[in-house]
Design a protein. Structure first.
Length: 283
């Protein structure tokens, strides 16, 4: 097991609802953790962010955030407050009911649930039964869990079929989501296969579609975003150009220097001096 991954069992009940919960920020010293049960978060309001397998994700209202047993992850604030339903259950509970959890290979840990009113009503019933139990509550909660998993499997199938259907709105959304993933992972290597997979496309189809929708290739988009981030860091921090190059994932600072000059017409030092001179003049 990776020494940087902390094993935690956060199980404190099967169903919980957190309303306007203040969220913590991601601290540099924090390590990814795993736990032995399924943990699902349905976001009502606010945004919850996470990192998993080297990628950053964002879950907003209507999204189901899914952590399977053994998924190493970090959760942190996307907004100051969040409201969400939280469900926890162990793998053996599914085995006892003869139900398999749906595969997430084509969806990832953040799943936009369709039929939001239907799921919200089910989650509310689960929460009410859990917090105000009566005769037969365990049986009823077990039935609710089965209902949820059956509907979740149907929802996953529905969303995947719709994604593969190729309507223009769906394609635009998939490209937009891929751009969001890339913007949040500027310091990592561009794994085009993984990004294409997140958009439910082959690599060649994704590259063609991305350029068609944005006017530039995925690689050029990433370079532009990195240079834009470098501009911001040069203007707003005292970090050296080599420190910025490392932060943005460049293997060699000299490659960053050449690329920055090629895209801006200035060296990093010249750019910083020009920005600060302009600020001084305006003040």
């Amino acid at each position: 097991m990776n020494e940087s991954v902390e094993v935690l069992d956060l199980l404190r009940g099967r169903v919980d609802v957190k309303l306007n919960m203040r969220q913590g920020r991601l601290e540099p010293a924090m390590k990814p953790h795993i736990h032995p049960h399924f943990e699902l978060l349905y976001i009502i309001n606010g945004v919850r962010e996470l990192t998993m397998n080297g990628h950053a994700y964002k879950a907003g209202p209507g999204d189901l955030l899914i952590f399977r047993p053994g998924d190493a992850h970090l959760e942190y604030a996307g907004t100051e407050f969040v409201s969400m339903f939280v469900f926890r259950f162990h793998p053996q509970e599914l085995a006892g009911k003869g139900i398999e959890f749906p595969s997430l290979d084509k969806t990832g840990p953040v799943f936009p649930l369709p039929h939001k009113d239907e799921f919200y009503a089910l989650f509310t019933r689960m929460d009410e039964e859990f917090n105000r139990p009566g005769e037969g509550s365990q049986i009823l909660l077990g039935a609710y869990l089965v209902e949820f998993l059956v509907k979740l499997r149907r929802a996953v199938k529905e969303v995947i079929e719709k994604q593969y259907n190729g309507d223009d709105d769906s394609i635009h959304l998939r490209v937009r989501n891929a751009m969001d993933i890339m913007q949040k992972n500027l310091s990592g290597d561009l794994d085009l296969k993984e990004i294409a997979k997140s958009a439910f496309m082959s690599v060649s189809h994704f590259s063609h579609t991305f350029k068609e929708k944005t006017g530039e290739s995925p690689k050029r988009f990433l370079i532009r975003e990195r240079i834009d981030k470098a501009r911001k860091l040069l203007a707003e921090t005292d970090k050296s150009a080599s420190e910025i190059a490392e932060e943005l994932g460049y293997e060699s600072p000299y490659f960053f220097y050449r690329q920055f000059r090629s895209k801006t017409g200035m060296t990093a030092t010249q750019y910083r001096e020009s920005v600060r001179k302009k600020v001084h003049t305006e003040s």
